[in-house]
Design a protein around this ligand. Structure first.
Ligand code: FAD
Ligand code: EPU
Length: 337
């Protein structure tokens, strides 16, 4: 099917920002990507649009990844290997693996978006990053005109980071991920390191949780804290939690008692951007139609009718407030198109 012209992208981004794509094509199979081949136009690979800030109209080709499919591809003594198409809804996929009796991904329940986007920023929540259970992926390389496989080491995963971002491919549209394989070990222990999860399970009087118990607890926590994009448009956390060196964290903690600090294996310390934003006075505050959510200051919300320019204005004001109070730089998590 030829690309559609001048398509409204508002329904395709969870911040509900306005913008039109000069060309738009829904991708349901890897073969379709080969047919598109090299075009002169700029390309953007779109999943669920849940980590996206649309600046306005996009004068290029949007490839909307909706490739379906999920199946067990291999099983050995130690693990199940599950493959899913890039267009599968992430949360539905996780719940499906649990229903099949393959635990592991439960801590990532209710993260919006698609399977194909999960490796791009190495999605993470409640003590787990997807890289832990990632096995490999297949992507169409528009430059080489072929399907390429990437194993876990090749993806160079980090906190909200991967090879795809390091190379700028998430913006240039060079690679379209078509499927991802996960390796779910048969030996499973509940991951309840995150304090909120342990507390929620204790409140439910569950001492030895199953994977579906952990999923249910995390779904409840997320529904309490995070706004539903269908009701209040947002893109989840709007900034990364900043990583600073240990002396900087110690200095900040001296000056600001109560500063949450999470020491990392590499010696650096992760700070809680939501705490910094709240202390800087931005929790529940707005500038025009864009503000920081009243129940979770790290989530930027469109209170109605906002544009990409409105988002940038609030983002800049929040960054300036945090810089002034803490001398810490906040970098945005979503992708700006
Ligand atoms: P999109 O927003 O469509 O795209 C994101 C990036 O991935 C773009 O650069 C795009 O080009 C690229 N991309 C998408 N699909 C493909 C593909 N098939 N091939 C190549 N490139 C592709 N994230 C977390 O990590 N943890 C959370 O807990 C979390 N909570 C959230 C809560 C809410 C309420 C919301 C709205 C968002 C949250 N997010 C979270 C962010 C978001 O859900 C994830 O980043 C998700 O993986 C984005 O998926 P998507 O399909 O919507 O990607
Ligand atoms: N905090 C505040 N005020 C706020 C928000 C948070 O003081 O308004 C404090 C909390 O009290 C807590 C700390 O900040 O001490 C951390 O808060 P929370 O547990 O809510 O997590 P977060 O750091 O704000 C991160 C991820 C989320 C992920 C959750 C759960 C990033 C950028 N964000 O949020 O991911 O779901 O942890 O693991 O790492 C996303 O990436 O879009 C996202 C939602």
């Amino acid at each position: 099917m030829p690309a559609a012209l001048n398509i409204d992208l508002t329904p395709f981004n969870t911040l509900a920002l306005p913008g039109r794509a000069a060309r738009y094509e829904r991708i349901t199979s890897a073969g379709q990507l080969a047919d598109i081949g090299q075009t002169e136009m700029r390309r953007f690979i779109l999943g669920g649009g849940s980590n996206l800030v649309l600046s306005g109209d996009f004068d290029g080709l949007v490839l909307h990844m909706t490739i379906p499919g999920k199946r067990l591809v291999q099983v050995d003594g130690e693990a199940w290997y599950i493959e899913a198409g890039a267009g599968e809804n992430w949360h539905d996929f996780v719940q499906w693996t649990l229903a099949q009796g393959w635990p592991g991904l439960e801590n990532l329940s209710l993260i919006p978006g698609t399977v194909g986007a999960a490796p791009i920023q190495n999605i993470g929540a409640y003590g787990l990053e997807v890289c832990e259970y990632f096995h490999s992926l297949q992507a169409w390389d528009f430059e080489r005109g072929e399907l390429i496989s990437f194993d876990r080491a090749a993806c160079r995963f980090g906190y909200r980071d991967s090879l795809f971002k390091q190379q700028g491919w998430h913006l240039s549209g060079r690679l379209a991920i078509v499927s991802v394989v996960f390796r779910l070990p048969k030996q499973w222990v509940a991951n309840i390191r995150y304090a909120d999860v342990a507390q929620e399970l204790a409140a439910r009087e569950i001492a030895t949780p199953t994977a579906p118990d952990v999923a249910a607890a995390i779904i409840a926590i997320r529904q309490r804290k995070l706004p539903d994009p269908a009701v209040m448009p947002n893109a989840g956390s709007f900034f990364h939690n900043p990583l600073v060196d240990a002396p900087t964290a110690a200095r900040l903690a001296d000056r600001h008692p109560g500063l949450p600090r999470y020491p990392q294996p590499d010696g650096r310390v992760k700070l809680a951007a939501g705490w910094l934003i709240e202390q800087a006075g931005w929790k529940g505050k707005s500038l025009g139609p864009v503000g920081m959510y009243e129940k979770q200051a790290l989530v930027l919300v469109n209170r109605g009718g906002a544009t990409g320019a409105d988002v940038r204005r609030t983002m800049t004001a929040v960054q300036a407030a945090v810089r002034e109070k803490f001398a810490v730089e906040l970098s945005p998590e979503p992708i700006f198109l």
